[in-house]
Design a protein around this ligand. Structure first.
Ligand code: CTP
Ligand code: MG
Length: 230
């Protein structure tokens, strides 16, 4: 089966406030996007990576990611869209149009740059085993409240039934295409697929697959890499 990873990397990184797109922010000298793509290719089961880059940085992204292409793997770069969902849709349309035999699609945030390859492999294995939609999740550490518009607590969902969701999310390519063509809206790709009534299953995520959003997250990532050779 052809496994294609779509990497939305076109965000501006406003909350990080680094003065450059988050995907290009270096940690120990290596941009977040480069780390994310390496993690995908190191899983050994991804043949193509399609990156949605900030429209003004397509050339820079092409230059920094070109050395990552390896035997049996290819890296494609295109301009992303205004919202994350637009970037995913543009990358998906490119994959379906340009890459023959795209059967399994992963969607993986460039901002989850430290995702272990074992998580990538677990997601791909579950899709290849016949699940049309697969997401990596972690248990929730905090109690979560449901509140109304005024901030008043409406309910306290049972914590043991709650999970936080990471990426890569994996799909049967036809299912994800149908979800993106449906005109429905959701905050993640699995949410779109759920709305089609397609079952979504979970596999174990990993704390290192945290999304780098703030300066605090970047400091955590730097601590994680304390022993890494530059
Ligand atoms: N993303 C994208 N296209 C957009 C917006 C976001 O491809 N128009 C990507 C980001 O590059 C990131 C992922 O979606 O890899 C998750 O988004 P987020 O963490 O919100 O990143 P940014 O949008 O860059 O950050 P911020 O919201 O702080 O500006
Ligand atoms: Mg954003």
């Amino acid at each position: 089966m052809g496994v294609v990873a779509l990497v939305p990397a076109a965000g501006r990184g406003e909350r990080l406030g680094y003065g450059m797109p988050k995907a290009l922010v270096p940690v120990n000298g290596v941009p977040l996007l480069v780390r994310a793509v390496r993690g995908l290719l190191d899983a050994g089961c991804v043949q193509h990576v399609v990156i949605a880059a900030p429209p003004s940085d397509v050339n820079t992204v092409s230059t920094v990611t070109a050395p990552l292409a390896q035997a049996g793997g290819a890296v494609h770069v295109l301009a992303g869209g205004a919202e994350r969902s637009d970037s995913v849709r543009l990358a998906l349309e490119h994959a379906v149009r340009e890459i023959p035999d795209t059967t399994v699609v992963l969607v993986h945030d460039a901002a989850r740059a430290f995702t272990p390859p074992t998580v990538v492999k677990a997601v791909v294995d579950a899709v290849e085993a016949g699940h049309p939609a697969v997401i990596p999740v972690l248990p929730v550490a905090d109690t979560v409240k449901l509140v109304d518009g005024s901030g008043r607590v409406v309910a306290t969902p049972e914590r043991s039934s709650l999970r936080v969701v990471q990426t890569p999310q994996g799909f049967d390519a036809r299912v994800l295409l149908r979800a993106h063509e449906s005109g429905l809206h959701a905050t993640d790709d699995a949410g779109l697929v759920e709305r089609l009534g397609v079952p979504v299953v979970t596999v174990a995520g990993h704390p290192d697959a945290m999304k780098i959003t703030t300066r605090f997250d970047l400091a955590v990532a730097e601590a994680l890499l304390a022993g890494e050779r530059p």
